[in-house]
Design a protein around this ligand. Structure first.
Ligand SMILES: [Zn+2]
Length: 139
């Protein structure tokens, strides 16, 4: 797939930076999901999942992250706990929060845009983190 693979260490800070678009891919099964994670306040993030071909607009609300540590559905969620997108996000996110090892075949990718401000990243070091130099100072 197109983009840049995040290291395990940079994955969670990237995802919680405020304007992150992240793809979880299982290299063995080929399954992948793209999520948009928007910070609302410091302790509240909204998660939506890409459900169509238009990666600008086809996102469906999934749930919230509270206190940068708990992901859950809300009353407004139209996606259930049975949905694969929910299960995959919950699995990967909870592993990252606990610092637990994810299976080797699970990869976390970003598209080269800063997870905090959305600007295109050009410096290799910034691409590795998914965060631009100015934004990194503020995280
Ligand atoms: Zn930035």
């Amino acid at each position: 797939m197109e983009g840049h693979k995040l290291t395990r260490e940079s994955s969670l800070p990237f995802m919680l930076a405020g304007r992150a678009i992240v793809t979880f891919q299982n290299r063995e099964t080929g399954n992948r999901f793209t999520f948009k994670i928007k910070g609302f306040k410091d302790n509240l993030h909204f998660v939506s999942v890409l459900t169509g071909n238009n990666n600008e607009g086809d996102y469906q609300y999934l749930g919230i992250i509270q206190d940068k540590s708990v992901f859950r559905l809300t009353k407004k969620s139209r996606i259930t706990q049975e949905a694969q997108s929910y299960k995959v996000f919950q699995y990967v996110f909870s592993h990252l929060v606990r610092g637990a090892n994810l299976p080797e075949q699970v990869e976390i990718w970003h598209e080269g845009h800063c997870g905090r401000c959305g600007r295109l990243l050009t410096v290799p070091e910034s691409i590795a983190d998914g965060i631009g130099p100015e934004c990194k100072k503020k995280i």
